[in-house]
Design a protein around this ligand. Structure first.
Ligand SMILES: [Zn+2]
Length: 414
């Protein structure tokens, strides 16, 4: 056992002892290349799991008591001692040969192997650099072994056998605890990849279901739709929730939308926020004031706006006071306010981040319209900014949204 460990720590590039053996094997095998079907199958399994092309030659080489990744005159090789490999697997488990092979493949894929024909010219790597490369190869091996379905304990035990926990300061290989840790990192990375795939399937399921449930239900309150699979889709994500009237005067159920859109190929980094289905209340309000009446009242203005002032509270705290604007349009020889079914609310970035974070943490969101005001704009004046002409307090336009599940539904907003 002692001998086995010692030989494993022989680095293949700087010490001629093992490179000589490798050189001899390369020289012998390059003309009369014998393949080892079992090893080839193992390599194929590893490469299939990595999704990459197999562009290595496997060369069995007696008496090197090792497996090494080398390049020689531009070709990539994995050279291994067959007896050594079967010795390790007999002492550990059936997964060990694959783990060691995957580690060597990791060296090649991470570009660690120096061409042996160049080894005397290229500056030798520092010990610290070599130890770092060993850990990278271990992370790859852990990842591949998880993909192949190996139990973590089997992966760890094969590397555990060929390592020690001695101080590694003067060694090319890191000590056992560090190597096992990186194997674990690689192994878990694959598991995380899998859970990402799973969460995506769940998202698609939610789309299919299109659950719409009423305020107060515990599950399925929010709807999250992931459109990212559609390369031409204008909307990438949308999350929405149906709310409820607090006042009970109006019947419409408001909807709060969060949407990420791509407009003419320009990605909107911030989500857009809309509120819909409460506009009828504004229309009812407008019925009290004919727009022609307003126009007659103040003739000097050329253009009018409705400013809708609102407050957002989350749980018991008032989070924001804000307004949105409805523009006037001219239709059928009449001035009208273009009250669309969906109103976009424009926040500055700081407010938006603050609001989203509060929504993710909160339980209930209250949306209250406080005031509707009329503003006028006179282009001929020196100050073309709209000026408030009159405004009226509004009572009883309050909506409530359940925020349960919002952190999940809004997880695409960073
Ligand atoms: Zn290695």
């Amino acid at each position: 056992m002692k001998k086995l460990l010692f030989l494993l720590f022989i680095p293949f590039v700087t010490f001629s002892q093992s490179t000589d053996g490798v050189d001899i094997c390369l020289a012998l095998q390059s003309n009369n290349f014998t393949t080892d079907a079992e090893a080839e199958r193992a390599l194929t399994r590893i490469m299939n799991a990595s999704g990459l092309a197999k562009n290595f030659a496997l060369i069995p080489c007696d008496n090197i008591s090792n497996a090494v990744a080398v390049s020689y005159r531009g070709e990539r090789y994995i050279i291994y001692d067959k007896k050594f490999m079967s010795l390790i697997s007999s002492r550990t488990n059936d997964w060990s040969n694959l783990t060691i092979l995957a580690h060597e493949v990791g060296h090649h894929l991470n570009g660690h192997s120096i061409d042996l024909s160049m080894a005397k010219i290229v500056e030798p790597k520092s010990l610290a650099e070599k130890r770092r490369q060993e850990l990278e190869a271990d992370e790859f091996a852990g990842f591949i072994m998880a993909k192949l379905g190996a139990p973590l304990s089997s992966v760890l035990s094969s590397i555990s056998l060929i390592t020690t926990d001695d101080d590694d300061t003067f060694s090319t290989h890191p000590k056992r605890s560090r190597r096992l840790e990186r194997l674990r990192v690689g192994y878990n990375k694959e598991k995380e990849d899998k859970s990402l795939v799973n969460s995506k399937t769940e998202t698609i399921k939610a789309v299919e279901k299109k659950i719409k449930s009423k305020l107060g239900t515990v599950d399925g309150t929010w709807n999250l739709i992931d459109y990212t699979d559609d390369p031409f889709g204008k909307i990438k994500y949308s999350s929405f929730i149906e709310g409820d009237n607090v006042s009970d005067i109006y019947e419409d159920k408001p909807i709060l939308y969060f949407q990420k859109e791509v407009i003419d190929g320009w990605k909107f980094e911030s989500p857009l926020i809309y509120i819909s289905n409460f506009q009828n209340q504004i229309k009812k309000y407008l019925d009290f004031y004919s727009d022609t009446n307003w126009r007659n009242k103040i003739e000097s203005y050329e253009k009018f706006f409705l400013k809708v002032y609102f407050t957002i509270a989350i749980d018991k705290d008032i989070i924001l006071n804000h307004f949105f604007t409805i523009e006037e349009s001219f239709e059928n020889e009449k001035y009208l306010f273009d009250v669309k079914q969906k109103s976009m609310i424009i926040f500055d970035e700081g407010e938006l981040i603050y609001l989203i974070n509060k929504i993710k943490e909160g339980n209930q969101l209250y949306f209250k319209i406080n005031k509707i005001g009329l503003s006028g704009q006179n282009k001929r004046s020196y100050n073309p900014k709209p000026r408030e002409i009159e405004s009226n307090e509004v009572e009883n336009i309050i909506f409530k949204f359940n925020l349960k599940g919002s952190s999940n539904a809004l997880r695409w907003i960073n």
